[in-house]
Design a protein around this ligand. Structure first.
Ligand code: AHR
Length: 308
């Protein structure tokens, strides 16, 4: 635990109830829908007044929304950056105005970490490693070449950058694993389906594994594979990230092989950090959520209790 309040500014007088301006990435995935609901519900539970804006996957929209929250002089601003760069100026403006900023879910690639109070979310690189670890384990002893196609999330976003990095990190010492194609499908089901169709057309039977940076893209890819007459989960191994209810369903049906958990239910942690901040308590510089993996073996058992 390391306190950044002194670096940034001491908590000032705040409104009653506390006013939070939150800028969401968009509505690209079912993970995102669960994340938005969690934030709205937790704000109510904590008695925080939430001003919620949706940026429709655009960095420019997020910057505009943050500026409008600065003008309105909200007590705290929180957002999940669409991409890792481009926010420096607006964050400086927030700092000058004395409004603390909290990052949730996605992170920034900026050196000056005095521009935000704390960040709450997953370890995306570890998620990529978990995906690779499982693949290496499943294919242990296979001597022939293993060709992988990758469906990346939004270009320049921290989950896309680090899920790719973590996955490659573990595969690079195994010379028979090849990522033969890697393209962004923007975290959406439609784009996952479209890009997978292109991959199938270009590489056909060469493809043994799909690594999708989220479940929505994997579900789109599953549809494309079925349309091509192949069996997803059997002819081609499918690995993804998020562990949504729909993905657990696909695991139970044998169409998906693994989903690495990424927890969207960040609302309570965010509201707790805000409450602690205004009360002048110490808050950690980074709050990392604990996560696991779901394979076909445990999907059926966990499906019923899945909250998203
Ligand atoms: O930033 C988290 C990612 O964004 C989730 O994995 C994905 O589903 C969402 O769109």
């Amino acid at each position: 635990v390391h306190n950044k309040q002194n670096i940034l500014h001491a908590p000032k007088q705040h409104k009653h109830p506390i006013e939070l301006g939150f800028v969401q990435v968009g509505t690209e995935s079912s993970w995102r829908a669960a994340n938005s609901s969690s934030i709205k519900k937790a704000a109510q539970d904590f008695g925080i007044e939430l001003k919620f804006k949706n940026a429709n996957q655009s960095m420019e929209n997020q910057i505009k929304a943050i500026r409008s929250f600065i003008r309105e002089r909200v007590d705290v601003i929180a957002f999940s950056p669409v991409v890792q760069t481009g926010y420096e100026d607006v964050l400086r403006e927030a700092k000058m105005a004395g409004i603390p900023v909290i990052l949730t879910d996605r992170e920034l690639g900026l050196k000056d970490d005095s521009l935000w109070l704390t960040s709450i979310g997953s370890d995306f690189q570890e998620e990529g490693r978990r995906a690779a670890r499982w693949l290496l384990e499943q294919t242990k002893g296979v001597k022939k070449e293993i060709n992988i196609v990758e469906l990346q999330g939004t270009s320049g976003s921290s989950p896309a950058v680090y899920r790719k990095k973590g996955f490659e990190e573990l595969l690079k010492n195994n010379s028979n694993y090849h990522i033969i194609a890697s393209k962004s499908a923007d975290f959406t089901k439609e784009a996952g389906r479209r890009v997978m169709k292109e991959y199938l057309k270009k590489y056909g039977d060469k493809i043994q594994v799909v690594y999708a940076h989220n479940d929505d893209m994997a579900l789109g890819a599953i549809e494309a594979i079925e349309e091509s007459g192949k069996n997803p989960g059997k002819d081609i191994l499918i690995i993804s990230v998020d562990a949504t209810r729909e993905a657990l369903n696909a695991l139970s049906a044998g169409k998906l092989n693994l989903t690495v958990e990424c927890n969207p239910l960040l609302g309570p942690e965010l509201m707790k950090a805000i409450t602690d901040y205004v009360e002048g308590k110490e808050i950690p510089v980074k709050i990392i959520t604990e996560e696991g993996i779901f394979s076909q073996e445990n999907a059926k058992r966990d499906y019923l209790n899945r909250a998203y």
